[in-house]
Design a protein around this ligand. Structure first.
Ligand SMILES: Nc1nc2c(ncn2[C@@H]2O[C@H](COP(=O)(O)OP(=O)(O)OP(=O)(O)O)[C@@H](O)[C@H]2O)c(=O)[nH]1
Ligand SMILES: [Mg+2]
Length: 381
């Protein structure tokens, strides 16, 4: 793929960036934003997993908020029995949200199972379990989460990853995916300088898509994951859309040039298309480099031609569609009308038509040469 030549008018670097961008975007799910829309008719239980400080508790509240705003009835379960104050933290967030929070003492698995029953009775259709992220040892944490996952049987496991940890995201994601099947990933703390590059390896390691990104400490700072903007930011691309369009335009132009050369026919509409392409490519030199035999035009002539081209555009603008595809219709009276319409004199219109005729002949020659070349090469073979 990376050995492909860029289309004319696009630098190798830009083309490469565009290819990498496309690959990464498609790796992360494509151009479309994809959100999880659980069925409202039955409770959907989300188990949040992640290491300490990754942002689970904050994310629990943010997710609840996201769905509350979309008229789900969300409820939270405080199943972090490890961190002092974890219960309080979630309770306060629940109050802020106006969402019920289930808390209890004892074993985290028991709390979760009871909490799910309790919140179901409360009529919640989205139940989020905030778990612990700390243990003396990571092994212990993973064991607890494995039991939790088995006993609760959530509808989806969300893995919360700190966006600032870089490539550490991969081993973390791998570790958690051994204890539960990860359904979705949330990347937090993307409001700072972190670009969250580790998210890509986490997605690859778990096979799970990124659902949301955290962009601040507030409960509203959650965004639906958008692959294109994430990758643009990651690659440090300003305006990837403009670059993508430029590549696409150039590819279309290239195809059309090929077609025209193939048929050996050239209408004034094609001629106009050439001039427009030239404008998009930014310079006549690039445009001429496309046409075999015209790449050695001296710069001085090129500059004059650029001025001419601009005039020609105006002239072509005052022609009708029919005239552009059937230039043979352009008799004296039409030429006069076109000149008046373009604020030009008839000599300028005639010069354009001469230029067009030359180009048409060149096209025919190119086609003949190509056919000849093809014949010769098949003769050799
Ligand atoms: N800037 C920023 N800070 C965040 C974001 N998400 C979480 N935080 C902060 O990160 C810190 C840890 O967040 P918590 O939600 O408590 O993390 P946790 O995973 O629950 O941590 P434990 O309960 O210790 O396992 C807090 O200070 C949060 O305010 C985010 O998207 N952006
Ligand atoms: Mg927490």
């Amino acid at each position: 793929m990376l050995t492909e030549e860029p289309p004319p008018g696009v630098t190798k670097r830009d083309y490469m960036v565009k290819l990498i961008y496309d690959e990464l975007v498609s790796l992360l799910g494509g151009e479309q934003k994809r959100t999880v829309w659980p069925d409202r008719d039955k409770p959907y239980v989300v188990l949040l997993l992640g290491l300490q400080g990754s942002g689970k508790t904050t994310t629990a509240a943010k997710i609840a908020r996201f769905y509350l705003k979309r008229s789900y009835k969300a409820g939270l379960i405080a199943a972090d029995t490890f961190r002092p104050g974890a219960k309080e933290q979630l309770k306060q967030l629940g109050e802020k949200l106006g969402a019920p929070v289930y808390t209890s003492d004892g074993n985290s698995v028991r709390i979760s199972v009871d909490g799910v029953s309790y919140l179901k009775r409360q009529g919640c259709n989205l139940i989020i379990i905030d778990t612990t992220g700390r243990h003396k040892e990571e092994e212990e944490l993973l064991r607890e989460m494995a039991v939790m996952n088995k006993e609760v049987g959530p509808d989806a496991v969300f893995l919360v990853l700190d966006g600032t940890i870089g490539q550490l995201a991969k081993p973390q994601a791998e570790a958690f995916s051994k204890v539960a099947s990860i359904g979705f990933i949330v990347i937090t703390k993307l409001d700072g300088t972190a670009k969250g590059g580790g998210a890509i390896s986490a997605t690859v390691a778990t096979g799970a898509p990124i659902a949301f990104v955290g962009t601040g400490e507030g409960i509203d700072d959650l965004e639906v994951f958008d692959p294109p903007s994430f990758i643009s930011r990651l690659l440090g691309l300003g305006d990837i859309k403009a670059l993508a369009e430029r590549v696409k335009d150039a590819q279309i132009s290239e195809k059309r040039f090929e077609q025209i050369i193939g048929t050996g026919k050239l209408t004034l509409a094609d001629f106009e298309y050439y001039i427009d392409s030239m404008d998009k490519m930014g310079s006549l030199a690039k445009f001429f480099s496309l046409l075999p035999g015209l790449s050695n035009v001296p710069p001085e002539m090129m500059r004059n031609a650029e001025t001419d081209m601009r005039r020609w555009k105006t002239i072509l603008n005052s022609m009708t569609k029919l005239e552009k595809v059937r230039p043979e219709l352009l008799g004296a009276s039409r030429v006069k009308r076109i000149a008046v319409g373009a604020g030009a004199n008839t000599d300028e219109v005639k010069a354009l038509l001469r230029r067009y005729e030359t180009m048409k002949t060149q096209m025919k020659m190119m086609k003949r040469n190509r056919t000849l070349l093809r014949k010769l090469s098949s003769y050799k073979a």
